[in-house]
Design a protein around this ligand. Structure first.
Ligand SMILES: *Cc1c(COP(=O)(O)O)cnc(C)c1O
Length: 409
């Protein structure tokens, strides 16, 4: 047998794709960092050159909370470093069960189920619920894991214009014969705005569809006791039958869960493949996430400190004439148009001591590259003022008005 000389080569394909990424300014690289005690980010050995964090999702500062770190260390001594297997074999420990019960109580749902990440919660849940004959209606700007879930399920995926409940209703109404799941982020990760949750729930009720809300960015940030955007909108388990949350944003940890009815959770335990076939999170970790959950529920002090910082940034940015969006959340996008401009601003801000991320396609639509500025409770108010002034200097130096077409998606 002779080796084929015609078979396309991986090395060639990968090099070409890499070159295209470079040309289109889509290349990403990883920078190892250290967190300093004051919350700044050091990227080298020189602490004096550390950056202020305006890009993490650690809105309440809990990823660096000494008490939570101590809870994790104590739990690791007690329960070890691993779960031993997947939940359905011998990996479901008492610490998992307790965390699930606390989540259910917090979110006023009959039951909750842990997953190892938001990504696997989304894939597992959507593929367990939908098959190729079912309809999945999603907001155009939903997180990638929600869209991929529908694709993996081979469901009929229809996307509606961002935040337009009437457009979602039209898609559902067009195919009344199909079982349907409407899926939306609660708080959108790149735009910082909230989904029209009450309207979406009404649409689902009229159209006989289930509503799934991904609360990744909203948990801890809004709603009574930080219970998220569905709670803030007063929506219960009947109105939002599938509630997804993660520990990786305001809870300062890692991992995720789905909350809903006994029937839903029993289905997921038996049919969600990323639950069935993944090693359970370490029980010590579940214990630490219980501590984080309790901290978040009682964290009115932190939510107020966060609200103060959001208001401060928006006031300063408005005074300085910056192109703010309507976001009232800790995610404050400045839409700059082309990737080049966003990357230029990112570099200038890094040089000035601020870690702010340029977000480019394919994460956001072409023409909507932006700076995604996030606020967190560790930022001194004076630093927020200084960032706004730095942004204003960039804006004044490069005041090119955004073309209307830059906003078209
Ligand atoms: C971060 C995020 C996820 C993914 O969660 P991980 O636990 O990080 O995998 C899912 N959905 C949304 C909206 C997110 O922002």
């Amino acid at each position: 047998m002779t080796a084929s000389n015609e078979r396309p080569r991986f090395a060639t394909a990968l090099e070409e794709a890499g070159q295209r990424r470079q040309d289109e300014l889509r290349q990403r690289r990883l920078r190892p960092l250290r967190w300093l005690d004051d919350g700044r980010i050091a990227t080298g050995d020189d602490d004096a050159r550390a950056l202020f964090d305006f890009c993490s999702n650690d809105y309440l500062g809990l990823a660096r909370d000494p008490e939570l770190a101590a809870a994790l260390a104590t739990a690791a001594r007690e329960y070890g470093s691993g779960a031993g297997s997947a939940h359905a074999v011998v990996g479901h420990h008492q610490q998992h069960q307790r965390l699930e019960a606390e989540l259910a109580e917090w979110l006023q749902r009959p039951r909750a189920l842990l997953f190892s990440s938001g990504w696997s919660a989304a894939l597992g849940t959507i593929t367990a619920l939908l098959g190729r004959h079912d309809l999945c209606v999603q907001d155009r700007l939903n997180h990638a894991c929600l869209l991929d879930g529908a694709r993996l399920a081979q469901a009929r995926l229809r996307r509606y214009a961002h935040g337009q409940a009437s457009a979602a209703e039209a898609l559902l109404a067009a195919e009344p014969e199909r079982r349907a799941l409407l899926v939306s982020d609660g708080l959108f990760s790149m735009d910082g705005d909230y989904a029209p949750l009450v309207e979406l729930a009404q649409v689902c009720s009229r159209q006989g569809a289930w509503l799934m809300i991904d609360e990744a960015h909203a948990l801890g940030v809004c709603g009574a006791e930080g219970a998220g955007s569905a709670a803030a909108a007063g929506l219960d388990s009947a109105q939002v039958p599938v509630l997804m949350g993660t520990f990786g944003k305001a809870l300062g940890g890692f991992g995720a869960f789905i909350a809903g009815s006994e029937l839903l959770i029993d289905t997921l335990i038996n049919q969600a493949r990323p639950h069935l076939f993944t090693t359970a999170m370490p029980p010590a970790w579940a214990h630490a996430m219980s501590a984080a959950l309790r901290r978040v529920r009682g964290a009115e002090d932190l939510r107020q400190a966060l609200a103060l910082r959001i208001a401060r940034f928006r006031t300063r940015a408005k005074e300085l004439g910056l192109p703010l969006s309507d976001s009232l959340s800790p995610v404050q996008p400045l839409i700059l148009g082309v990737s080049e401009r966003a990357l230029d601003w990112e570099a200038a801000l890094y040089a000035a001591g601020y870690a702010v991320k340029a977000i480019r396609p394919p994460t956001v639509p072409v023409g909507q590259a932006r700076l995604r500025i996030t606020l967190n409770v560790r930022q001194p108010l004076a630093t927020i003022d200084a960032l706004a002034e730095q942004l204003a200097r960039l804006h004044d130096a490069n005041p090119a008005p955004l073309a209307e077409t830059d906003y078209a998606s």
